[in-house]
Design a protein. Structure first.
Lengths: 371, 371
């Protein structure tokens, strides 16, 4: 391999890939980035045992491929070096055990890993049959990902469920105590359900292409492939039976409260201060007579807070419910609209949060305990 | 105590003080901020066993002191709460064990600590007899602090030496392998030498007043007091004999090289990548014939780098010296001027870096070992 390329183009790609590459793995080759030069393009591949990323860089106008070929070098060192290189660089694999990287009066040699040991990516039969914009998918991921389970006791709950239906995609995340569900209009033809792991979704959030870029998704039983412009992400899926959440979401409520999202968020954030170092952030909400809601939190260690907010209430009042304030904060931050509706079924039943103007997004939070 | 004040003014001050307050101390009262309301001002005090900070907030125009008095509340909770409070707040200590903090429909109570247990700050006889601008002192601290010893084996070297002379102040920091020295024009009358601990200097760097603000310094044998506008910082000094560094700085050199600071910095940063995970960053500099310098770093694990830079050389050439690249990077970042002079006495003697245009700042780095 021997090629000349503008350092800045390769540098950006290597920096993205390096984040996916294994740093401490029993398979040393996974700490490397595979550089392949052929047919007028450089293909860069990096990954770990669960996920791979591939970037195609067309070389035309940015440089020249003098000799085709492929090498693997340690991602970390290649990344650090390219970040600090000026101008055009030449990558030359004429020596057996190193790659010579040159720019002007600077000559460096990076040790090569054994290219023949680099894993062959799994064959993937399925075609890219789901399309949407990157911006829409990122938004939907941000609105659900926070609600996945942080515990490994039920692995399937550590991912976000993607349910593909004709013309739409429903994302669901739950840790058994709260749930977030988002519906997206997409180009999709088939009915299927998969569970995408959190690290893959975080990687999608990291993709630096424009929000208007089209993202294409393909999947089979075990794998998902995501393609945006010149970047392809390949990840394993989480296996297992995702709980049927439709039965969990109530359709009828005894009370309905319209609140200003930002004002309630500020109040709950204040109340959470009084949870101090305790694991849970018990915040009590009381629906008072006369269109007001009372937010209370009490700690023997710190003190207490009591705050009234004017709201619009329909249905029963004069009951209170204790929720984990942290869940409530994350739910309120997930909603984009300013006026939201909270729906109650008494002090022992989950509440549902949504915006009347946007039925595509819904959140549910179970009470901590009765008061 | 009972007072009304604009939350934003107290909030900023509490946020600054909280950083100084002890978080985990055997003396629980040190986790608190003392609030004293008297004579038209609020005085806030916070600290740990080595350092205290005091802020005076004149209340006129921002609120009202209804009843004088003093309380102590936990800094962390007060800070978090004030950050999330809107508008004017009322602090009322009418209850025995709490402070009631109110704003509109929000009522909170913070538990009080025992105000009578708050330590009395040490009596301080000396007057403020050194004056300079905050900006000048901050700059001088930034140019020296990085060179202090990170090891506790010689405690006196973990601080920066301040030598006061008539009309000037000399700051020196060294960890025995490198040294940084900065001279400042100040208003000062007396001859004295003290060693200021790193945490106190970091706190000065954190002071958010304008660079043009006048900073006043007073000290006695054990303590230093620093005053800028309404903020006073009181810190212990490091005791012990600071080494006489004048003998260490050579006056004569066998070679002198003029280099571009940014270009050399970029070269040394590239070379340091090849130190990988090793503790030292061995970088070799060779003074070549024909006005060039060669920067080399070799690692069996990673690879190697070799870079030539055009320079202007006077004196002997054809020798090389190995330095810790990290020291060289920090030294080059400390200098503000773009053209710098490196002075050499062969491969086994320290090098001296300075700018010809600014004799007030000098750095010295000892070689790692002979090559």
């Amino acid at each position: 391999m021997n090629l000349i390329v503008d350092h800045s183009i390769v540098s950006t790609a290597v920096s993205d890939l390096q984040k996916v590459c294994a740093t401490k793995s029993v398979i040393p080759i996974l700490s490397g980035i595979k550089i392949e030069a052929e047919k007028g393009a450089i293909k860069l591949t990096g990954g770990n045992s669960e996920m791979f990323m591939e970037k195609m860089i067309p070389i035309e106008g940015n440089g020249e491929i003098i000799e085709e070929g492929s090498v693997v070098v340690v991602a970390k060192y290649l990344n650090e070096l390219l970040k600090k290189f000026p101008g055009k660089i030449q990558l030359n694999a004429s020596e057996k055990s190193t790659v010579i990287i040159k720019s002007g009066d600077i000559t460096t040699k990076l040790n090569r890993l054994h290219v023949e040991q680099y894993p062959k990516l799994p064959a993937f039969q399925s075609s890219y049959n789901v399309k949407m914009t990157l911006g829409d998918l990122k938004e939907a991921i941000k609105q659900t990902l926070f609600a996945v389970s942080k515990s490994d006791s039920k692995p399937v709950l550590t991912g976000v469920q993607f349910v593909f239906q004709k013309g739409k995609l429903i994302l669901t995340a739950t840790d058994s105590n709260r749930l977030s569900r988002k519906m997206l209009q997409v180009h999709s033809e088939h009915m299927e359900s998969i569970v995408v792991p959190d690290y893959c979704l975080n990687e999608i959030l990291n993709i630096k292409e424009a929000d208007a870029s089209v993202i294409e998704i393909a999947h089979d039983r075990n794998l998902i492939a995501i393609k945006v412009n010149n970047t392809t992400l390949l990840s394993v899926l989480i296996e297992g039976h995702y709980p049927d959440i439709r039965a969990l979401i109530p359709n009828e409520f005894i009370s309905r409260v319209k609140v200003n999202r930002k004002k309630l968020l500020a109040g709950v954030e204040r109340a959470c201060i009084f949870s101090g170092s305790s694991k849970h952030n018990d915040v009590n909400l009381r629906l008072c007579d006369g269109d007001s809601i009372k937010i209370t939190s009490i700690s023997t260690e710190i003190g207490m807070i009591e705050e009234y907010q004017k709201v619009h209430t329909e249905g029963e009042t004069n009951f209170s419910i204790t929720l984990d304030g942290r869940y409530l904060i994350e739910a309120l931050k997930g909603i984009k609209e300013e006026e939201i509706t909270m729906q109650f079924n008494g002090n022992m039943k989950p509440i549902v949060l949504k915006s009347e103007n946007n039925p595509s997004y819904l959140q549910l939070i179970s009470p901590r305990r009765a008061h």
